[in-house]
Structures are given as C-alpha cells and as structure tokens.
Design a protein. Sequence first.
Length: 127
Amino acid sequence: MSQLLQAPALWIYLLLPSLLCENMRCYYSPILEKEEKFELIVTECPPDEMCFKAEGHYGNYSALSARGCMAKKTCSRVHEIRIKGIVYTMSYGCCDSPYCNTCPGVFVQPLFITLTLMTVAVMAGIL
C-alpha cells in the first residue's frame, strides 16, 4: 500500500513548488539561427507570463528560433526584428503548462508527466 502512495508523493514533490509560487518553468534559448545547436536552459517565468516558442522568417525561409517566457498579452503577436542588417518577421506561440515549449507542436501533458514519473519511480526501485 505504501508503494501506491509513493508515486503521488513524488508527483506532489515535483509540482508543489511551482504550484505554490504560481510561476511557470519553461525552456530558454536566445534568438539563434535555425541550424545552430543550443542546450536549452530551464528558466522560471515571472508571474503572469507563459512559455513561448518563436520562429523568425526571412521571406518564406524559416531562419531563426527562440524560447522563453512572455507576457500573456503579447503572445501570438508578430513583429519585425533586425539582426546584422537583415529584417526578420518573428512569430510567437505561447503555451500554459510547464516546459511546454520543448519542441514545435509538442506540449507536455499531465499524462506524459505521470508516465515519466512512474517510469523513474520503477527504475529507482520505489514501485
């Protein structure tokens, strides 16, 4: 019976700090050329901000990408930025669950988190 309680306890242990602080954790990467590799950094968003993933276009060519935190009111906006004399159109997509800006079109769902935690618990010998 105690093993059945360990998985929910692990869930609470990992999610409780973010629930109490009400700040979301997201991945961060600066604006980079699409082909550049960058190890994502975990960042904690300020209150009332969400995770975003951005893509910069030069004409029809997808050339830039970025991730981080953004105010809810500025999500889904498109604007132009100038980098090294070239004007790119940056479009931003926001999501409102922790670490949801990992990959394009992939959002972390509670079921995925639960399965991951249970796998870790089994591997650690807790279950």
